[in-house]
Design a protein around this ligand. Structure first.
Ligand code: PEP
Ligand code: MG
Length: 537
């Protein structure tokens, strides 16, 4: 057994097999093998797994995108069984006594080049397919890659680092836990792990040879065990059962009010990144959605999501929440949330750069499409719209002006919408200082403590070296929160917190004493925060 210590992102335990996530460009290493026949048996087993994966993918594609589009996976199966392709791999393993992954990768490259040089356009197009099947085989052989199906069962995913766009595209049902070498506890990937309710640890010196081995991730202590011995397995399984018992006790708080003993009611809402997170919100009895990070719709997509695609997502969330409040934050792209098709220029200081409302007010066609979709979805539930990264009254007035124009357009087209509440994120010191003026222009404030801490303390939230001094409990942050609550109330706006600090139960009493109206937290923190509120006088 080996044991490693990292930093915890989410308190939970996972036991499972390691899947080593690598970006596609990774080179396959050549290795000498003693026993060519054993290597061929290994290759044949991997081929069977890959063929089974292709069957599964074909069935999924058939349902989701129809027979014509699914046909490509049938072609992939045929290519994987092609005699010439297989002979080349077998000959290389036997003739050069090399590992199967290297033989597959080299054969894949040779065949792809051969196809690319053919005159026939159909055959040329097969170059990409032969590369694809070879990558799949290599991924199965190494227990690595970008395809989560490689191991069939849910896995402990290990990676050097994960970008939010990668995390959001993963099949969540296949992931038991995240373990990364890099990353910071305040990054969006960390936030996603919390939203997904899975244990995560960062700062582990991960090693490729762990792929396929059994591991335990203890998200309480930040410890990762590789090849755990029986005693550790038993201890950790007991801890997991303990966890489950605690969860069971918390579940008894479902259906109960979030109210202090002296009768102060707090609206306890949830943060989500997409439609699929709503199930978790309902399971944990969220009273609404206080932050729908709409940019994840953009991160999941290869092109700008259309008005209809966005409408579908917002409408689904609004309907599933059945009349409960759903606060959708307009696009907050930029900084660590990068999307290729936006073609954003590289910046020296992206966190302080061209992002969020700044992009929306500059590239209004993107903003208007989103506002149209949001207003149309408002007819199906209780939607509120929230603008991020505000630093001036002017930005709020301009955003509201555009919103009014979109409303007029919809009225002219006889498209129904409801009156929506309009709010802003308070996540810059500028917004804190002018919160009295801002409150007059909006219905609500939601304090984004993740960015507010970053900008107040001048600490890049992405920088792991600064994780230990990124302190959301800093008096400057707490005083800002108090000021924003007071000024919001003076101007008639309700005030909530949707940054990660809102879930910190060591501060629940402080927030309630400050007069907070709403707390919006990751779904798995709803019941612990309800418990904390109910224990207050
Ligand atoms: C925040 O900054 O606190 C916030 C909720 O937004 P995000 O974490 O998505 O930047
Ligand atoms: Mg923010």
């Amino acid at each position: 057994m080996e044991q490693y210590q990292g930093k915890t992102i989410f308190n939970k335990i996972a036991i499972g097999k390691v899947f080593f996530y690598q970006k596609k460009e990774t080179q396959v290493k050549r290795r000498h093998v003693e026993d060519a026949e054993a290597e061929i048996v290994r290759f044949n087993a991997a081929k069977e797994t890959a063929l089974a994966q292709l069957d599964q993918i074909y069935e999924k594609a058939l349902k989701e995108v129809g027979a014509d589009n699914a046909a490509v996976f049938e072609v992939h199966k045929m290519m994987m069984e092609d005699e010439d392709y297989l002979d080349s791999i077998y000959n290389m393993i036997r003739g050069e006594l090399i590992n199967a992954e290297y033989a597959v990768a080299t054969t894949g490259d040779n065949f792809a080049e051969m196809f690319a040089q053919m005159d026939d356009a159909y055959m040329q197009a097969r170059a990409a397919d032969v590369r694809d099947i070879s990558e799949r085989l290599v991924a199965v052989l190494c227990g690595t890659g970008t395809d989560m199906h490689a191991l069939g069962e849910p896995v402990i995913l290990m990676a050097d680092d994960l970008a939010p766009s990668e995390t959001v595209q993963m099949d969540k049902s296949k992931i038991l836990s995240f373990v990364t070498r890099h990353g910071s506890s305040n990054s969006h990937t960390a936030i996603l792990a919390r939203t997904m309710n899975i244990p995560a640890v960062i700062g582990i010196d991960i090693q490729e040879e762990w792929a396929g081995k059994t591991a335990i991730v203890d998200g309480y202590t930040g410890t990762v065990f590789i090849d755990p011995d029986e005693t550790t397995l038993e201890q950790m399984s007991a801890k997991m059962r303990d966890d489950e018992r605690k969860q069971q006790l918390l579940r008894e708080l479902r259906g109960k009010e979030t109210i202090t003993r002296s009768g102060k009611k707090i609206h306890l809402y949830a943060n989500i990144g997409g439609v699929s997170d709503v199930a978790q919100v309902l399971q944990n009895d969220g009273e609404g959605i206080g932050l729908f990070r709409s940019e994840f719709l953009y991160l999941e997509s290869d092109t700008f999501p259309t008005e209809e695609e966005q409408l579908k997502a917002y409408k689904m969330v609004a309907q599933n929440m059945a009349g409960k409040k759903v606060v959708v934050r307009t696009l907050d792209i930029g900084a660590d949330k990068q999307v290729d098709y936006f073609n954003l220029e590289k910046e020296d200081n992206p966190a302080m750069g061209y992002r969020a409302i700044r992009i929306c007010l500059d590239r209004q066609e993107i903003f208007r499409t989103q506002l149209r979709a949001l207003l149309r979805a408002s007819a199906f539930g209780n939607i509120s719209i929230m603008f991020p990264m505000i630093i001036s009254v002017q930005e709020v007035l301009e955003s509201k002006r555009i919103l009014e124009e979109v409303k007029t357009e919809l009225r002219e087209q006889n498209i129904p919408y409801k009156d929506v509440e309009v709010g802003i994120m308070i996540e810059t010191p500028a917004a804190v200082w002018i919160s009295e003026e801002l409150a007059k222009e909006v219905d609500f404030f939601s304090i984004g403590t993740n960015d507010l801490t970053q900008y107040t303390l001048a600490i890049d939230r992405q920088n792991p070296k600064l994780d230990n001094i990124y302190d959301s409990h800093h008096p400057a942050v707490l005083r800002s929160i108090r000021t924003v609550i007071e000024n919001g109330h003076k101007g008639g706006a309700w005030v909530g917190i949707c940054g990660e600090l809102g879930a910190d139960t060591s501060l629940t009493e402080t927030f309630v004493e400050m007069g907070i109206d709403e707390l919006s937290v990751s779904p798995s923190f709803i019941l612990p925060v309800r418990e904390a509120v109910r224990n207050l006088r």
